[in-house]
Design a protein around this ligand. Structure first.
Ligand SMILES: [Mn+2]
Length: 308
């Protein structure tokens, strides 16, 4: 019996945490030959902690690195820069993801399921159906919470019809109104005033390689961007610090207002590259981008196209 880690990306968001938990659970019910252990690469997001607490679930354990002999299932990422340290020495047994195909490679054929849906947990919802396994209240809460955070309560352009169907189905299991449930999830993150600038910038950051340019892109979702703008200067200073100390060509912070539906872009480093791609200018500081909610579909994809 091999022990296999199911792991999401670094700086885990709710989707990475819940995908690891729910997929390990599914695999343990469908593959008797191995033992699947959900793990995480960073602090639990507030909403994940709330769901685990409320539904009496043991959260995935924290790991820092893997090595020779370790076997992994990657969920919610397939990009080396976002993967656990030491992955090059470990074996990747499976990938379940909803991001662009990036640079994780394997020596043998594996199960690699990648669908352009709103969240990895949405794909996992479909896999529960595929294996004919009912989602109990615990699993339904995990899956629903993460579909709703990843799709910003289905408002993000990444949300598909399938995601909406899954939301409806899981909300029925829990007997909740999905929008109310989603608002409760977002509110569990607390007011912005309690969040340090380091956390605003660090909570959900990812590394990308755009045609040789090493870029850092972070996103912070709020329901009160106007209030958060009082701290724009401090946030900009932190973004500049991260760009410099991390050796990034560019760093971009998205402060996303999920109610008004749009983001402030705060950039540092090679900002011309970003400004040109979006046909904007950072000469006067941060730029408000109406309608931009998705880092993946509206920001990273654009920079990949521009770099290519
Ligand atoms: Mn995701």
């Amino acid at each position: 019996m091999t022990q296999i880690y199911v792991v999401g990306h670094k700086n885990p968001d709710n989707d990475s945490i819940m995908a690891a938990y729910a997929y390990a659970n599914l695999k343990n019910m469908t593959d008797a030959d191995n033992q699947y252990v959900p793990v995480r690469l960073g602090d639990l997001p507030a909403e994940s902690a709330m769901i685990f607490e409320e539904y009496g679930i043991e959260p995935p354990a924290l790991i820092e690195r893997v090595g020779e002999g370790d076997v992994l299932v990657l969920v919610d990422h397939n990009e080396m820069g976002q993967a656990v340290d030491g992955i090059e020495d470990a074996e990747v047994a499976e990938i379940i993801d909803h991001h662009r195909i990036a640079d994780v490679s394997t020596s043998a054929p594996i199960t690699f399921i990648n669908l352009p849906w709103g969240s990895t947990t949405s794909i996992i919802t479909k896999l529960y159906e595929y294996f004919g396994i009912d989602t109990d209240r615990q699993i339904a809460a995990c899956l629903l919470s993460a579909i709703l955070t990843d799709t910003v309560i289905l408002k993000s352009p990444t949300a598909t019809k399938t995601d909406a169907e899954h939301v409806e189905k899981l909300a029925k299991v829990l007997d909740v109104d999905p929008v109310e449930f989603g608002m409760k999830i977002f509110k569990s993150r607390g007011g912005d005033d309690d969040v340090a600038v380091e956390d605003i910038c660090g909570r959900d950051s990812k590394e990308f390689n755009f045609g040789g340019k090493k870029c850092w892109i972070a996103q912070y979702e709020t329901v009160d961007l106007e209030g958060l703008r009082a701290r724009t200067a401090d946030i900009a200073a932190q973004v500049a610090k991260i760009q410099e100390e991390g050796g990034y060509d560019a760093a971009l912070m998205l402060l996303t207002d999920i109610i008004v539906e749009g983001s402030d872009f705060i950039a540092a480093g090679d900002t011309d590259f970003i400004a040109d791609a979006f046909e904007i200018s950072f000469d006067d500081g941060p730029v408000w981008m109406p309608g931009v909610l998705s880092r993946k579909k509206q920001v990273a994809a654009k920079l990949i196209d521009y770099a290519g």
